[in-house]
Design a protein. Structure first.
Length: 100
């Protein structure tokens, strides 16, 4: 009856070893904060917060630099896995960590 999913489920079963227990290869952590959007962005969050974020992510994608978003509350926990961390939408926080 519904055989549409069978090839996908079969492929998933054959490749499951490659799909679980993986670690990201990102070298850049891009810091974000919901409170930055709520308090700094206020009525103009799209222009003040979202557009800079999209600009950074588009630049990283175009340069083929792997990145991961890092919540500002988890910087201490996650910063060691990156070579460089940046928070583009905060005027006070441009470079958090550089191992170079």
């Amino acid at each position: 009856m519904f055989r549409t999913a069978e090839p996908i489920l079969r492929w998933h079963a054959e490749n499951q070893q490659y799909l679980v227990n993986r670690k990201p290869v990102a070298t850049v952590g891009l810091v974000w904060s919901q409170s930055n959007t709520d308090f700094y962005g206020r009525d103009n969050a799209d222009e003040l917060v979202e557009l800079p974020w999209r600009g950074w992510t588009n630049a990283l994608v175009r340069a083929r630099i792997p990145y991961l978003p890092v919540n500002a509350d988890h910087i201490a926990r996650d910063a060691d896995q990156f070579q460089f961390s940046s928070c583009p939408t905060s005027p006070r926080c441009r470079r958090l960590k550089s191992k170079r």
